[in-house]
Design a protein. Structure first.
Lengths: 137, 137
DNA sequence: TTCTCTGCAAACGCTTTGCACGGAT
DNA sequence: ATCCGTGCAAAGCGTTTGCAGAGAA
């Protein structure tokens, strides 16, 4: 993405220094980081950054549809700056989350299901990732 | 399910009184309860029950494939005694979780995807449930 | 006895809240 | 002066851990 500030303004979010940095990191990162991972990475170049700000910013981003979020373990949330349709593969061994793009995958009707208004669909695959498969062999 | 004790034994789990009760409740319940909901319901008829036992039991059930579990909010886990293939609809308004059975839904190949060994697939729909739709109207 | 199930209480970890300071309008 | 972004510290809450007592084999 080229114009991050314009993108944020377009979503009704003032593009402060911290917010731009956090979104930049999220867009450059494919590891579906937790708050702690984001904080630990960014505090290296922004020593005054606080974790509260990371929480505030991600909550704001999430409510405005700038990022996706989900939880694997029920303890910590993971954030994804890629909001294009794709699913995730979660490794049961190492816990890593990989992006998966399959045409075969649902992408189900944006219509009503059982009377419920469907706004989106998240797909998670579980198993053993290729890295952990190697180690086991 | 008729023979819960036999079912548990078959999974290598000693069918203690508490365990049978917890599994019975999970099988009779479609609300995808949290630990707290299970505890509050069962402690009424088993006053000596402790939350630790509920945690222990559910962890055991989960590891042995007796129940499914997932998290909506990243804080608490929800448990599902129905292990047959189905997906879930999560209401963004009231937080309730509904079962959804769609032939159209993925049920993707139990094969490798991007080199990862796939063992299962969870599908979550998000939106506004029929009850909350009524209230909004 | 020995092994397992159970349960209280404390410890943990992630997230939220309360509140105040400082910069921008 | 007002509004908003930021950050420290404390509180909150679901879950895990340590450990001991009770019960089954």
């Amino acid at each position: 993405m080229r114009d991050i500030k314009g993108f944020l303004r377009g979503r009704g979010i003032a593009p402060s220094f911290h917010r731009v940095k956090i979104l930049e990191y999220l867009l450059s990162c494919k590891s579906h980081p937790t708050v702690d991972m984001i904080y630990r990475e960014l505090v290296r170049e922004i020593p005054t950054l606080s974790k509260t700000t990371v929480y505030n910013t991600l909550e704001l981003f999430y409510r405005r549809g700038v990022v996706l979020r989900f939880s694997i373990d029920g303890k910590k949330m993971r954030y994804d700056g890629d909001t294009t349709p794709h699913s995730h593969f979660v490794c049961e061994v190492c816990g890593k989350v990989y992006d998966v793009r399959l045409d075969a995958v649902p992408v189900v009707p944006k219509e009503k299901v059982d009377g419920h208004l469907v706004k989106g669909c998240d797909v998670f695959f579980r198993g053993v990732c290729r890295e952990c498969l190697k180690k086991t062999t």
